[in-house]
Design a protein around this ligand. Sequence first.
Ligand code: MG
Length: 267
Amino acid sequence: MRIARFSIDGNVAFGAVEGEGTPESGDLVLDIIKGIPYADHELSGVKVPLNKVRLLPPVLPSKVVAIGRNYAEHAAELGNAIFDEHGRPDVPVAFFKPSTSVIGSGDSIAYPSFSSDLHHEAELAVVIGRMCREVPPSRAKDVIFGYTCANDVTARDVQQREKQWARAKGFDTACPLGPWVETDLDPTDLAIQCTVNGEQRQLGRTNDMVRAIPELIAHISEAMTLLPGDVILTGTPAGVGPLNVGDEVAVTIEGIGTLTNKVIKRG
Ligand code: MG
């Protein structure tokens, strides 16, 4: 099921997306969900055309935990090693993007005033469905609610200048998520693509991840409790590059859909 969060006439609701097409095409309808999608819920049968609503971020995470250097080619393009001196994968890099950085599809990325080298990073996002901690890899699928597209927008110059990445990757609008959450999906081998103004910049497959999703969930939940709606970003394939004011950046993941955002000057 594809579950979107949206607002219409000042009301916010979740809805199941029905039909095929893009958010703009006019071919999709939302069947409004009674209750919250993580718990027991049912469809109301009340339907609204998707192009008549404003899509919101599909989840409201208490935290977004992101993993760096999870595709070997991308790590190499930034000059980072992901294997230790014995050829074993090193400890994954984990960092936070705050809830205030989250925006939805169609919202604008505001170019931060303290950067002059903003980059896109197309990523598969995992949405957690239940409170959990110390989840062994074999149980990871039990705590996953679904998957959505993410852009780990990064002020690359700030990331390289500052030891912690809080400002470089945590500024307002740095975490586009959407357009919806797909709950029925095998995430192990999906095409993941990023375009800027229609031109392809990144193209990878999720089976190139150094560490698979169950391992990432085990690693993160060893340290902290995950809550329903929390999001894990699983790393970006090679091809990251600059974004400029006026650009339209789109992240498309096979089986999910397309997350589209414009870059604007911060007001
Ligand atoms: Mg990233």
